[in-house]
Design a protein around this ligand. Structure first.
Ligand SMILES: [Zn+2]
Length: 319
């Protein structure tokens, strides 16, 4: 049975907002597995011990972990990021600083509720090589979100992610977003077509009115198609690469060889070719552009996407 991993980001320890409460209570009541990313810092900008809320944090975590279908994972400590510089807790920081940020959240959550988290996902999904190094210090963390490869971990690569939360108004960090049902359906289509498991990344604390309803409708659609919401552990046990009905899609640069094989076998009926130990490749096949690896082919200008204005401004700013 294919699974959807609901990855809900940005629950700050001890800060259960009404929106978070509505989302978590909905999932708990309906028995939907939801996997919640926790930041261990009391505030985004404060130091380690500014504005502590240990009582609220304890209450929040013990309620959350008492629900059979709610689970937590490590989402860093402060969630601070500089979009202009492209730096954050896990991008551009030393391996030591990154390990410390992971450790502070691991330790605080364990001190508050006794749970040692087994998964990590960086704020903004921004990581760098030092994140890979830092994660090596945490044998108990066996799952890593959005990273292509971290030795010794199960990596849930970004290719598995579906995101569908456009900004409801102004596009800026922390602004309200809407769970867009039509986008969720469109962006999960290629997974649903072949019954493949995928990660649904959401930010319930940013949701505008009506989003929870659309989220529920999306889950109903998935259930009707044979999907179940899973835990990180059960999700990782799925065959994440292909469903049973996955159609073979040959890489473009293999097409030339394939056509040639077809031509050869078509001719075989009347004129069987002599057996050779190595495949025959004609000079024509090597020289035609379609025989080259597809990544060396230039993208036609008509297919290139225009650079959004906001990016252009940022690129100008860095020069
Ligand atoms: Zn986040």
């Amino acid at each position: 049975m294919p699974q959807v991993l609901i990855k809900a980001d940005d629950l700050r320890v001890g800060a259960l907002s009404p929106r978070w409460r509505a989302f978590l209570e909905f999932c708990a009541e309906k028995g939907i597995h939801a996997n919640v990313g926790i930041m261990g810092g009391w505030t985004q900008k404060g130091g380690d011990d500014d504005h502590p809320k240990p009582a609220e944090a304890k209450e929040m975590l013990s309620w959350l972990l008492a629900q059979p279908t709610l689970h937590i994972w490590n989402h860093g400590f402060t969630h601070l990021g500089d979009r202009d510089a492209g730096t954050s807790e896990f991008k551009g920081a030393s391996a030591e600083a990154q390990a410390l940020a992971i450790r502070k959240t691991q330790d605080r959550v364990e001190a508050l509720c006794g749970a040692r988290m087994n998964a990590f996902g960086a704020p903004f999904n921004w990581t760098d090589h030092n994140t890979v190094v830092a994660l090596q210090q945490f044998p108990e963390i066996t799952y890593s979100f959005y990273t292509p490869y971290v030795p010794g971990k199960v990596n849930l690569h970004h290719e598995l992610f579906v995101t569908c939360e456009p900004f409801a108004g102004e596009s800026k960090p922390g602004a309200p977003r809407r769970f867009a049902l039509e986008q969720a359906l469109a962006r999960s289509q290629h997974f649903r077509d072949v019954g493949r498991s995928f990660v649904l990344q959401v930010h319930p604390n940013r949701w505008v009115e009506g989003s929870l309803q659309d989220f529920a409708t999306f889950l109903e659609t998935l259930t009707a198609q044979g999907y179940a919401a899973g835990t990180i552990e059960s999700f990782a046990e799925q065959d994440l690469f292909a469903g049973p009905q996955t159609r073979a899609r040959p890489l473009p640069h293999r097409m030339a060889g394939r056509n040639q094989t077809n031509a050869a076998s078509a001719g075989a009926a009347t004129n069987p070719p002599a057996r050779t130990s190595t495949p025959q490749v004609t000079a024509a096949a090597v020289e035609t552009p379609s025989a080259r690896p597809h990544w060396t082919q230039k993208v036609p200008t008509s297919l290139r996407r225009a650079v959004p204005e906001a990016w252009r401004k940022r690129l100008r700013g860095t020069r």
